[in-house]
Design a protein around this ligand. Sequence first.
Ligand code: NAD
Ligand code: UD1
Length: 316
Amino acid sequence: MTRRALVTGGAGFIGSHLVDALVEDGWQVAVLDNLSTGRTENLAQSHGRIEFVEGDIRDRKLVESVAKGCTAVFHQAAVVSVPLTVQDPVGSAEVNEIGTLNVLEACRRQKVNSVVLASSCAVYGDDPEVPKKEDMPARPSSPYAVQKLAGEYYAGVFSSLYGISAVCLRYFNVYGPRQDPSSPYAGVISIFMDRAVKKLPPTIHGDGDQYRDFIFVKDVVRANLLAASATDAAGKVFNIGTGRQVTIKDLWEQFSKISGYAAAPEYGSARDGDIRESLADTGKANGELGFEPEVSFEDGLAAAFRWFEAMSYHYS
Ligand code: NAD
Ligand code: UD1
């Protein structure tokens, strides 16, 4: 039987890796993306083997037409930048809340049984308790986090009211090839790669002992595939992280080893509102989805760096 998937935001960083994995696995794939931050170059590997629809998740009729006949929908499209949601809470909510609702409604009307939604560890906010467990109270501290939480609540309600399986994955700090380093909101890994390639010392904000749970993009893709086929995950949320903490100081040391550029970092003042420690408790995803990250931090970072070196002329 042909399995058809829709990937919203499929021209983006995470979505495009998901598209490649689905195509490899024999799925028929449709992508809906408005190319606001995504790039068609990200879909080069699957070129000619997918249906690409340039369009917007705010367009309810369009979403429903591309969801028609799908076995699963993977919803990645979003205004991803937290600062942009702070600048424009209403415009971003139209994408992140109403757009998500459009996706869920399209699945309800078209009887798509399986939906996987990209949520974020941002929903935990500034609560200093680590590791983060799914049953901790959410403490959203940005419009972005509120919008992601709203999507989770809608997923729960659609699962219980309409009998579809909508599963939410709270990604931690995702990294890997195709993460756009030219964005003004680039994450620390992209920024440090850029510094290492340009042979310039990075700036560490604060003492560098703050840590994050970095997860390689291909592991996030595997988590999506497991969530789509899970039989008892409807309406549930899962942390998608590694359970391993890496300090920002150690991160630069790793880059020094990989790039051969071992300059001492410069230290600046800590960023306002910076979260000190972020780490996933991975027990629920492991126990209920059978998810275990497979790519070590060292291997993932080396893969990201190789891609960045090869592509850096595009982004300079
Ligand atoms: P990305 O910006 O590379 O991908 C988002 C994609 O959505 C882009 O291709 C963009 O063009 C598309 N898009 C945006 N608005 C759209 C709209 N209105 N209609 C149609 N398409 C639209 O970002 P990403 O890092 O790949 O993020 C994918 C998902 O993962 C997002 O939902 C994001 O909130 C979530 N997430 C990412 C991270 C991370 O560390 N990268 C962490 C937590 C959650
Ligand atoms: C990330 C998201 C943020 C989200 C949060 C939720 C990005 C870019 N940001 O923030 O939107 O709310 O997860 O958990 O993905 N750092 C330096 N030097 C630099 C850049 C960063 O020292 O040049 C430090 C930061 O101060 C921070 C750490 O590196 O302590 C990670 O920063 P960043 O990659 O921006 O991600 P988060 O702060 O985790």
